[in-house]
Design a protein around this ligand. Structure first.
Ligand SMILES: Cc1cc2nc3c(=O)[nH]c(=O)nc-3n(C[C@H](O)[C@H](O)[C@H](O)COP(=O)(O)OP(=O)(O)OC[C@H]3O[C@@H](n4cnc5c(N)ncnc54)[C@H](O)[C@@H]3O)c2cc1C
Ligand code: FES
Length: 507
């Protein structure tokens, strides 16, 4: 993911373009040294900043749908009339530019005053909202409450030591050493005080009393609520083998975990990554970027086969091998004595750093103690409300009725967690809008991004368009005659089109 804006491209919009030059839905141009994209929405033409406010994705290569434009990289969605980032993972609005028409020519010469987002405003606004969790869902909910003009109190409780960070980056550029730490915070520290969000870090919630409407903190303090959002996320599965409590053996969930891995990686020659799924392999790629020899040990015969199928699994393996990763598949580590990681198959690997990435489990203990209905996650309805009225759940813990797969599903995706946080925020204010976003995730391996929309735990058939090996493909997972999910490599527009098609199916 590059954090650089390219040099001004396309026509100089201050000099104007003719309507015939602008025949598609979006046209990249510039005003001075700033990239601007013209967007056609019905009979109207809008102009907005050309780079996504998440990681500068090229919006002109995205998808225009009505008065919105979606980013090709991680599917953020913006309102082109107001610039508002309506759907995560972007939060900051795009700058909106003034469009002038003179006969057949369109001119853009300057920015508008930033329009206000189209806010419905609180309907049935409760006085006190408490959010348990300072991750993807918790942050997105707090931010959306204020964006919706909610004036009541917002208390956000997080057991982490830092304000909400861009967790996906912890296994990618930041771990690889190519992103500075100031990329990580989702918002600057002062944002929380400025917005009247009472963020309490290093704060463990021990229990919830749904009758008294309060949460109890580890120190005994109680905090009252009128509406509560549970967004406690997931925690890495710990291996029950000797030696995992040594300082060079790590899990990865928080910024603190990531800093500890970086400290161990400093000067390390060899690493063992236990687990050949998304996080394990992203960590492998990041450690290779630090020039560390990396061995990946995984129980599966093919990495990621369960989620992406056999051919994608083989591709991912070959990609990592091209970058020097050594796989030990169908194997596991049975003990770590000092630096020596013993393999079940035989033999051992001497490693300076070990990262365990063998999956996560949702943090359900608070929900269980509170007596919320549990179904391999916290059971929520279409509005993300749990079995106890007034208590909502979002993110990795929530199992919701997904209208696309027509199943109750729980996923561990950054964007889904943020969008659920946003949806729960609106519903805590009484908007009563079902959560019906199509699940989306991405994963990055070296220079290869894999985007995935939909949800397919099993399928009848996989149809590959293009070539997986050539890193140019759209892979459809088909079950019961329907496309359940689509994975893609460098087919970003098609991935967005697949997302919209899935939305239309249930609209
Ligand atoms: C290294 C890494 C890379 C990832 N990369 C990707 C990616 O590329 N793409 C993708 O789609 N997904 C990715 N994910 C998954 C994604 O980060 C999660 O799906 C997402 O963070 C879930 O959001 P959440 O809000 O449910 O939980 P979290 O973000 O985990 O937040 C949970 C919060 O709850 C707090 N908490 C828990 N219990 C308590 C308690 N009792 N009291 C107080 N606070 C509590 C935690 O401290 C934390 O702040 C990645 C995850 C990791 C760890
Ligand atoms: S760069 Fe646009 S959504 Fe990430």
């Amino acid at each position: 993911m590059a954090d650089q804006q390219s040099a001004p491209a396309g026509p100089d919009l201050s000099k104007g373009v003719s309507l015939s030059e602008f025949s598609g839905a979006a046209l990249l141009g510039h005003v001075g040294d700033q990239d601007v994209v013209l967007v056609r929405a019905g009979a109207e033409i809008f102009a907005v900043d050309a780079h996504c406010s998440h990681y500068h994705g090229p919006l002109a290569e995205g998808l225009v749908d009505g008065e919105t434009i979606r980013c090709p990289w991680h599917h953020a969605c913006f309102d082109v009339r107001t610039g508002e980032a309506t759907h995560a993972p972007a939060f900051n609005p795009l700058g909106v530019w003034k469009v002038e028409r003179d006969g057949e020519r369109i001119f853009v010469r300057g920015k508008c005053d930033q329009p206000k987002p189209r806010v419905k405003g609180p309907r049935d606004a409760p006085g006190r909202i408490v959010i348990v969790g300072g991750g993807a869902a918790g942050f997105a909910a707090a931010e959306m409450l204020r964006r919706q003009d909610y004036r009541g109190s917002v208390v956000m409780l997080s057991s982490e030591t830092s304000p909400p960070v861009d967790r996906p980056n912890l296994s990618k550029d930041y771990l690889a050493g190519s992103a500075p730490e100031d990329w990580l915070p989702l918002r600057p520290d002062e944002f929380y005080a400025d917005q009247g969000i009472d963020l309490k870090l290093k704060t463990e919630v021990l229990s919830i009393d749904p009758r008294a409407h309060n949460v109890v903190l580890a120190g005994g303090e109680t905090i009252p609520y009128d509406r509560l959002l549970l967004a406690t996320g997931a925690e890495p599965v710990r291996l029950a083998i000797p030696g995992v409590d040594q300082p060079h053996v790590h899990l990865l969930r928080s910024l603190d975990d990531c800093r500890a891995i970086i400290a161990s990686a400093d000067g390390a020659r060899r690493a063992v990554v236990i687990g050949a799924s998304f996080i394990g392999l992203e960590v492998a790629a990041a450690l290779r970027a630090r020039d560390i020899e990396v061995h990946v040990v995984g129980l599966e015969q093919r990495p990621m086969e369960r989620v992406l199928g056999a051919e994608m699994g083989d591709f991912v393996r070959a990609l990592h091998e091209e970058h020097g990763v050594i796989f030990h598949l169908g194997d596991t580590v049975t003990a770590i004595e000092g630096k020596r990681a013993t393999l079940k198959s035989a033999g051992a690997i001497e490693a300076d750093v070990v990262v365990v990435g063998v999956g996560v489990k949702p943090r359900l203990s608070l929900a269980e103690k509170t007596g919320l209905a549990i179904d391999r996650g916290v059971k929520v309805d279409a509005y993300l409300e749990t079995s106890v009225p007034g208590i909502f759940a979002a993110g990795d813990i929530a199992r919701w009725p997904d209208p696309h797969s027509q199943e109750n599903i729980r996923v561990e995706h950054w964007v889904a967690a943020q969008r659920q946080g946003q949806a729960a925020a609106r519903n805590m204010l009484g908007h009563r809008k079902p959560f019906d976003d199509v699940p989306f995730f991405w994963s990055q391996h070296y220079d290869v991004p894999i985007n995935y929309v939909g949800h397919a735990e099993k399928w009848d058939e996989i149809a590959v368009e293009g070539s997986i090996a050539a890193k140019d493909c759209l892979v459809r997972y088909i079950g019961g005659g329907r496309v359940l999910a689509v994975a893609s490599i460098y087919r970003d527009l098609a991935s967005l089109q697949a997302e919209v098609a899935m939305e239309r199916e249930v609209a």
